[in-house]
Every structure is written in structure tokens, then in C-alpha cells.
Ligand binder design. Structure first.
Ligand code: ZN
Length: 312
């Protein structure tokens, strides 16, 4: 079965301003990599799709109505508006954010309908720091959380596992589901680091697994933790859908953090998650781009991830 790749031109319009690491150049780097691979005849089995906008009802499963209004209403005709010390909107941010959340929803719909086995949503802004009523950490709407809610509430999937390997803890995703036993949220992240949540003893209703790691943690130790604590927990949970918050800022080249992962680690963990999805979830995997701020490492890590999703 094909692997769906969701992208949208609006991801290039959301512009937090000069010098901001969460920049349109991230998507341009991924696009250039994809075009290079397609010219080589690689990416067999990858089917590109443009996502719709998330609907108000879809967003309201995670975000307060007032908050959605406030974000969309803050988008200026020109210039920038700061929502948080790190989170800035520009003309086009509303469209980009709605397509970002809409991609997660569309990807969930498509894999559950059996149109594809796997899907990767390569859009921005990212989502995992966005809270029910607060933009933070470059994030406006919590894309992966909105997608997980679609699986639970629309499709009646009983259990959704979300593994977040972004170098930062996904506070917004954890808070969205810490009292929802049908969602398991697992995260490896550098600690201490922004946003400061994600301690090991934050366990929700037994559905949250946090593994904070010290700066300098490399491939060997990270894989040991994933093998010992993350993969067995997902296996035990037996999800009907595996979701991934795919941030690539744990790469050793990333300028925002100090874990030391490489492309092969993202390939390895993706293969492992696919294996678990094959065992429990009919092979269904939906992955959503989060961070990743070194442009070359972001592009090559996305390729490693996409290749693993399509079974290459
Ligand atoms: Zn991050």
C-alpha cells in the first residue's frame, strides 16, 4: 500500500520573522530533498496529497472555542503579532495552521479508510506545545492531538499511541490526554529543557510515559531507553493506531538542543513503530512533523523517516 505525504503551499506563508528558527526554509529544505529524490526515481510508493483545512468542530475537540477565535483573529494583514515570547503570527499563519491540523485529520481518515497504510504530514507550524487555550513554543494548534481525537471520536478507535521523539517534551499533547485512558502518550526528550514538563513521574492515568534524557545523550543510550521502556509500553497498550510526533531536533546537528541522534536512529525507530503497528493496528501509522531546525539534518532525517514508513 502507498504511503501518503501531506504538504501544502500555505506552510511557506506562516513567517515568524527574520532569524526565527521555525522558518519557511524548513519546508523549502524538505521540498528540495523530495524533488531530488523524485528525480532519482526514489520515493516509490509515496503518494502526495494536499490536506483540507481543519474544521472548527475538529479543532474544538482539543482547543477552547475562544482560543481558536483569538488565534485566527490575531493574524495581521501585514507584519507580525507575538502570541508568546517564541510564537509569532504573520499574514497566512491562519491558513498554514488550519492546513497543518487538517492534514493530521485527513491522514487519520485515510489510513483508517484503508486508502494507505502510512501517512506523513510535512507541514508547519508544529503543534505539540499548543495547549487547549494557549499558543506556545512555535505552535498554534496541536495537530497530532487533533488527529488522535479524530481517530477516537469519529472512527471509534479504542486506543491510540503517540510516540513523540522531538527533543522537546510535548506538553500540549500530554495535557490534552493525561485523563484520557484511550490515548497513550510517550516521549523521549532532553531535560532540563524547554518547556520544563515531562518528568518521569508525570504518568497521567497510567497512560503517560516520559523519559527525560540529559544533554549529550547519543544513539546508543537513546535506543536503549526506547527498547527498554517505549516499545514494550506500546506493545502492551496494543493500539489501534500508532501516531508519531516526528520532531528531528534531537539530531546532533540541531542548533536548539543537545541530544546526539543521527538519521539512522530515526530510521530505526520508525521501523520499530511500523512493526508494532503491523502487530496491533493493521499497519496504520500517522506521523506529523514537529521540530527540526538544522535544515540539512531536517531534510535528511525526514527522508530516513519517510523511507522507513514506506518500507524501504
Ligand atoms: Zn522540538
Amino acid at each position: 500500500m502507498n504511503t501518503l505525504l501531506y504538504m501544502h503551499p500555505s506552510s511557506l506563508e506562516h513567517d515568524p520573522g527574520a532569524g526565527h528558527p521555525e522558518a519557511p526554509a524548513r519546508i523549502r529544505a524538505i521540498t528540495a530533498m523530495l524533488e531530488r529524490e523524485e528525480r532519482k526515481g526514489a520515493l516509490v510508493g509515496v503518494e502526495r496529497r494536499e490536506p483540507p483545512r481543519a474544521s472548527r468542530a475538529q479543532l474544538e475537540r482539543i482547543h477552547q472555542s475562544r482560543y481558536i477565535e483569538a488565534v485566527l483573529g490575531a493574524v495581521p494583514q501585514s507584519g507580525h503579532v507575538r502570541l508568546d515570547p517564541d510564537t509569532v503570527v504573520s499574514p497566512g499563519s491562519d491558513e498554514a495552521a488550519l492546513r497543518g491540523a487538517g492534514a493530521a485529520v485527513a491522514a487519520v481518515d485515510a489510513v483508517i479508510a484503508g486508502e494507505a497504510g502510512k501517512a506523513f504530514c510535512a507541514l508547519r507550524p508544529p503543534g505539540h506545545h499548543a495547549e487547549a487555550a494557549r499558543a506556545m513554543g512555535f505552535c498554534l494548534f496541536n495537530n497530532v492531538a487533533v488527529g488522535a481525537r479524530q481517530a477516537l471520536d469519529v472512527h471509534g478507535i479504542d486506543r491510540v499511541a503517540i510516540f513523540d521523539f522531538d527533543v522537546h517534551h510535548g506538553n500540549g499533547t500530554q495535557h490534552s490526554f493525561e485523563r484520557e485512558p484511550r490515548v497513550q502518550y510517550l516521549s523521549t526528550h532532553q531535560w532540563p529543557l524547554y518547556p520544563g514538563t515531562g518528568a518521569r513521574d508525570e504518568t497521567g492515568v497510567g497512560n503517560i510515559v516520559n523519559r527525560p534524557l540529559p544533554a549529550g545523550t547519543g544513539s546508543k543510550e537513546w535506543r536503549r531507553v526506547v527498547e527498554a521502556d517505549i516499545l514494550p509500553a506500546i506493545d502492551g497498550f496494543a493500539p489501534g493506531l500508532v501516531m508519531i510526533s516526528a520532531g528531528f531536533d534531537a539530531h546532533r546537528a540541531d542548533p536548539l538542543a543537545m541530544l546526539e541522534l543521527v538519521e539512522d536512529d530515526f530510521s530505526w525507530v520508525t521501523h520499530e513503530l511500523v512493526r508494532l503497528a503491523d502487530r496491533h493496528a493493521g499497519g496504520r501509522v500517522v506521523s506529523v512533523l514537529e521540530g527540526g531546525y538544522h535544515l540539512g539534518a531536517l531534510a535528511s532525517s525526514c527522508l530516513a523517516h519517510l523511507d522507513a514508513l514506506r518500507g524501504a
